[in-house]
Write a protein that binds this ligand. Sequence first.
Ligand code: GTP
Length: 185
Amino acid sequence: MVFRMGMNRNVRILLVGERGVGKTSLILSLVSEEFPDDVPAKAEEITIPPDVTPEQVPTHIVDYSAAEQTDEMLMEEIHRAHVICIVYSVEDEETLDKVTTRWLPLIRVASPGQPCPVLLVGNKVDLVDYSLIDAAYSIMEEYPEIESCIECSAKTLKNISEMFYYAQKAVLHPTSPLYIIDQRE
Ligand code: GTP
């Protein structure tokens, strides 16, 4: 039997996705409530105290940077995460394609048994006048580990706090079962 999170006393959220989709900007926008003009390659790990989170649990937010981290470090972070936000840019469909060709398979490899819960995050909605949310919902139908999909903008702050709330909720109130029966001998 393989158990996933039971009574979580904290939530560890990891952001992954292709380069330039806005992972670091999303984290900094959440924390400072304004869009950063200059972003480092990788945000420092941030701990949000329980009293300012909607679900009242300490929440760690972890950035990923291909420029600063090896594949082994990425696998280790995926393994440690309670929930993973796969970020794509709505103005670059290739970054959405990579959700299924790269990121979801990688997460399944790094968290065998029961894959880590996932949130699909379409960033940079301020740059377009269309939505890719239907494409995201289609992916969600194929991958049960996806708990929800959201579109947002680090620049205008649209849906930023909602995104982190959904991530917390995916861990604390998952829609998938808390455990699965492992068929292996
Ligand atoms: P890597 O560190 O290369 O993995 O990139 P990243 O995913 O952390 O993206 P980053 O936050 O560095 O942002 C990349 C570029 O996109 C920067 O020039 C940001 O200013 C810009 N950007 C990020 N979010 C938004 C957004 O919501 N709207 C717009 N218009 N630009 C954004």
